[in-house]
Design a protein around this ligand. Structure first.
Ligand SMILES: Cc1ncc(COP(=O)(O)O)c(C=O)c1O
Length: 404
């Protein structure tokens, strides 16, 4: 996977599909139960245990996980058109999700050193219509959850973590995902636990989880945790009431966003080897973080503080203003040598075309815009070995020497 015509290839992502996952997939195919069923339930229970929360609800993407977590708010006092505070820098899905859920995104600039929402700027963005703060733990680096929780409590707001990139992250002794009222994960291919496509929402509240189960299935009234219909173990005793099929009562505006058994089987396989995946990725990330010091100040990365553990999603590289070369030159050099790169996203309100209608202007979010222009990230995944890590360092070294 990481060799390209005999040359080393540093790919961005990888997939671990275990033998046990293959066995489960075959079993699901053979018995004909491939839509949401027992493996989705098992995956949810094990994911909730991993984060240390009561409930987990699996959905079809990380974006849907964000959308559904936000849509829960309508059952708890929010109205369509209310506002949600999000960082200006994230993968565009964060901004899209707020709009898709029917809320207005209110963007706050990030800190250039942490890549996360600048908590000192949050209160200024709060209005009468604000209902939630949605911090993003970008590149697995925890947002300042204690400060965010304090602001949320003061203004009676919910906190929904976009933990898409933050599997395995810990902040001040508590798992990321267990801080907010709800947290949304992506399980897409490049992520630490993957179901190929998929997402999952965790929450400590059963009433939120009930609403999530309804939302992912068209807003159904029927939302019990172990729905016997879904498990295929027989008719549900509660299905008909006064001659009405409860399964076809729709009590809120919903989505069609279920995970299927084949995806869950892959996810369970990833949970079986979670420690191995996490440890390998963390060791890759730590190695590059340490070795990258030699490229400062022209190239920088983020720092892990003593009170946190970064979720090893990827390795960010930030070009200094006077590095003496453009991002395009740098990326071109890396890509030509088999190193996959991704830009480090964009300032959603000012660098993403689709958000123009909100009428922000370039310069409104200087830190997010700087990262949007001058940063990239590369993979740290479990199939990268020391030879790949050293190869990347050698290529960067060669590039910088050519620019002296
Ligand atoms: C911060 C963030 N939020 C949301 C998403 C959306 O996840 P998905 O691609 O699974 O829809 C991603 C995807 O990587 C992400 O990085």
């Amino acid at each position: 996977m990481n060799k390209d015509c005999g040359k080393l290839k540093v790919s961005f992502g990888t997939m671990s599909i275990t033998e046990s996952a293959k066995r489960r997939i075959t079993e699901a195919l053979n018995c004909g139960r491939v839509s949401s069923g027992k493996y989705v339930r098992e995956f949810e229970e094990r994911f909730a245990d991993l984060i240390g929360v009561k409930e987990a609800v699996a959905v079809s993407s990380g974006t849907d996980a964000d959308v559904l977590a936000l849509a829960v708010l309508y059952d708890f006092g929010a109205s369509r058109g209310d506002e949600v505070i999000v960082p200006a820098l994230s993968f565009v899905a964060t901004g899209n999700a707020v709009l898709q859920a029917g809320f207005k995104p209110v963007f706050v600039d990030i800190e250039e050193t942490t890549l996360n929402i600048d908590t000192a700027k949050i209160e200024k963005a709060i209005s009468e219509k604000t209902r939630a703060i949605m911090p993003v733990h970008l590149m697995g680096k925890p947002a300042a959850m204690d400060e965010i929780e304090k602001i949320a409590q003061k203004h009676n707001l919910k906190v929904i973590e976009d933990a898409a990139e933050a599997h395995g992250a810990i902040y001040k002794g508590k798992n990321i995902g267990a801080w907010g009222d709800l947290a949304a994960y992506s399980l897409y291919v490049a992520h630490i636990i993957s179901t190929v496509e998929g997402g999952i929402i965790v929450t400590g509240r059963s009433d939120f989880a009930d609403v999530l189960r309804s939302l992912r299935s068209h807003g159904r009234f029927c939302k019990c945790r172990q729905c016997v219909l879904n498990l295929g173990t027989g008719e549900c005793a509660k299905r008909f009431k006064d001659g009405v099929d409860q399964r076809f009562l729709f009590e809120r505006i919903g989505y069609s966003s279920k995970m299927n058994e084949l995806e869950a089987a892959i996810g369970i396989g990833n949970l079986d080897i979670y420690r191995q995946i996490l440890d390998k990725r963390r060791s890759n990330l730590n190695y590059w973080t340490k070795e990258f010091k030699r490229f400062e100040p022209r190239l920088k990365t983020i720092k892990q503080e003593s009170f946190e553990l970064i979720g090893p999603h990827a390795f960010p590289v930030i070009l200094s203003q006077n590095a003496g070369f453009s991002r395009e030159e740098f990326v071109g050099f890396l890509e030509a040598r088999g190193i996959d790169t991704r830009t480090l996203f964009s300032s959603i309100p000012t660098q993403c075309e689709g958000f123009k209608f909100l009428r922000h202007k370039l310069g409104d979010f200087p830190n997010a815009e700087y990262i949007g222009e001058r940063a990239i990230h590369v993979g740290v995944h479990q199939d990268l070995e020391k030879q790949h890590l050293d190869y990347f360092l050698d290529v960067v070294d060669e590039f910088l020497k050519g620019k002296e």
